[in-house]
Write a protein that binds this ligand. Structure first.
Ligand SMILES: Nc1nc2c(ncn2[C@@H]2O[C@H](COP(=O)(O)OP(=O)(O)OP(=O)(O)O)[C@@H](O)[C@H]2O)c(=O)[nH]1
Ligand SMILES: [Mg+2]
Length: 426
């Protein structure tokens, strides 16, 4: 349901600046995240400090100031720019009389609202449970509550009457976490089988990565429109909102001259992505890890473009992805004054909505991934059907002619594969 302005929850943003040059940008992002969560931002404040107050995050004077300001603006929620400790959340809620949401919870909330497939839902749920686990605390009414003797919890009854609700909750949560991990592992196993099939074909793999809402999915869809056969054209979901994509989609792109590659679209990034979330989404991001080439899609019309590029680089590093070559693709050039498409070295300025741009992008990708491919002509014995099949799987077969004297083929292959075929070269 779309909330109108009237019934949107009013939120007040606040953060402590520990001398971070990116602080203003993080606050801007926090505002975007709040809006993505159906909230209306009514005001914001910050405090410069050398360190965070252990119990309250802000200094006490600042907390009072926030309470007054938020009350005046009729805010119901206080949104904090960092991940807080459970104690900090509790104290701030008590002192401000506001519901307190930290950055991590905000991002988790958006992800849970967006998740559609079983895998995405489980991944978000796992991240959320792991976030909640250390935050479980005995609330006022269950602090002293002990499990009644002879209760209905069968198997656990002998755990002793001293068990608090808290311990019970912890155990329940722990079990849920284990169960979700197991189910995710099963899903991931099936995915791995599919991935292995793709790996076997040894077609080059290209992954679209980058900041959320940069236009990764749009770029994939437009490449599919221009280059794929109908069976492969299935479009992916694209929309003007943060984290539209939570699942990785994989498609085969067939270029005009029989060159093909595998393209994947992945979940978008943002600063300070919660650690648990990155962990849970590792399986989904596997495609990026396995890629031969990454396309870092950037919204070139956004004034925070440089920060967004840095954010993507940082998340990739956190994922351990440091060795894969990258093309930086500056998208949405139609919203700028600059001429496009334009290629400069490994970079391209383009618009995903412009077919000429899309062809140029494909050219650039092709140049990179097929850089070490060579075109060769072969004459194979008629009975060499295994080699023929292998060439179809691993190379780009440009022509194939069956004659009485043998099979004549023109093939593009990676350099390393050519050695083995030396005796058939013509
Ligand atoms: N004007 C313009 N809009 C674009 C262009 N490319 C994408 N968009 C729009 O930008 C918005 C986000 O596009 P997506 O393709 O969903 O972005 P994404 O990078 O996949 O985003 P996430 O999945 O959320 O990470 C959509 O509304 C697109 O229509 C472009 O070249 N020009
Ligand atoms: Mg997307």
């Amino acid at each position: 349901m779309i909330n109108t302005k009237e019934n949107k929850i009013k939120a007040y943003l606040a953060g402590v600046n520990l001398n971070d040059p990116n602080f203003d940008y993080y606050m801007t992002e926090l505002g975007e995240l709040s809006k993505a969560n159906q909230m209306e931002v009514v005001g914001q404040t910050s405090q410069n400090a050398d360190k965070l107050a252990a119990g309250t995050y802000f200094g006490l004077g600042k907390v009072n100031q926030i309470r007054a300001a938020a009350q005046g603006l009729k805010a119901k929620v206080l949104i904090i720019n960092d991940e807080l400790t459970p104690t900090q959340i509790r104290n701030l809620e008590k002192m401000t009389k506001l519901r307190v949401l930290d950055r991590t919870e905000l991002i988790l909330e958006i992800f849970s609202n967006r998740a559609k497939t079983r895998q995405a839902k489980l991944q978000v749920r796992l991240a959320r449970l792991q976030y909640e686990f250390p935050r479980l605390h005995p609330s006022e009414n269950n602090l002293d509550q002990q499990r009644g003797s002879g209760g209905s919890n069968g198997g656990f009854a002998n755990r002793g009457s001293g068990e608090t609700k808290l311990e019970l909750n912890r155990r329940t949560l722990g079990k849920q976490i284990t169960a979700i991990k197991k189910e995710l592992k099963d899903i991931s196993k099936q995915e791995n089988i599919k991935a292995a099939r793709r790996n076997n074909s040894r077609l080059p793999k290209v992954a679209l990565v980058g900041y959320t809402n940069a236009g990764k999915s749009t770029t994939m869809n437009e490449l599919l429109k221009v280059f794929s056969d109908t069976a492969n054209k299935k479009q992916v979901f694209e929309k003007d909102m943060l984290f539209a994509t939570l699942d990785t989609s994989v498609r085969r792109i067939e270029l005009d001259d029989k060159l093909s590659f595998i393209l994947s679209d992945t979940v978008g990034f943002i600063s300070k992505l919660p650690h648990n979330l990155v962990e849970s989404f590792k399986a989904t991001l596997q495609e990026a890890e396995d890629a031969d080439l990454l396309i870092n899609v950037v919204d070139s019309s956004d004034q925070n473009m440089i920060q967004m590029i840095k954010t993507t680089q940082k998340v990739l590093k956190e994922l351990g992805i440091t060795e894969i070559p990258i093309i930086t693709a500056y998208n949405k050039a139609d919203l700028t004054e600059r001429n496009y498409p334009q290629i400069e070295g490994d970079d391209i300025l383009y618009s995903a909505k412009d077919p000429v741009s899309i062809r140029q992008l494909a050219n650039l990708i092709t140049k990179r991934i097929f850089a070490n491919y060579e075109e060769i002509k072969l004459k194979l014995p008629l009975q060499a059907s295994k080699i023929v099949a292998h060439l179809h799987e691993n190379g780009q077969v440009l022509s194939e002619d069956y004659k009485e004297s043998g099979i004549y083929m023109t093939v593009r292959l990676p350099e390393r594969d050519i050695k083995e075929l030396k005796k058939y070269l013509i």
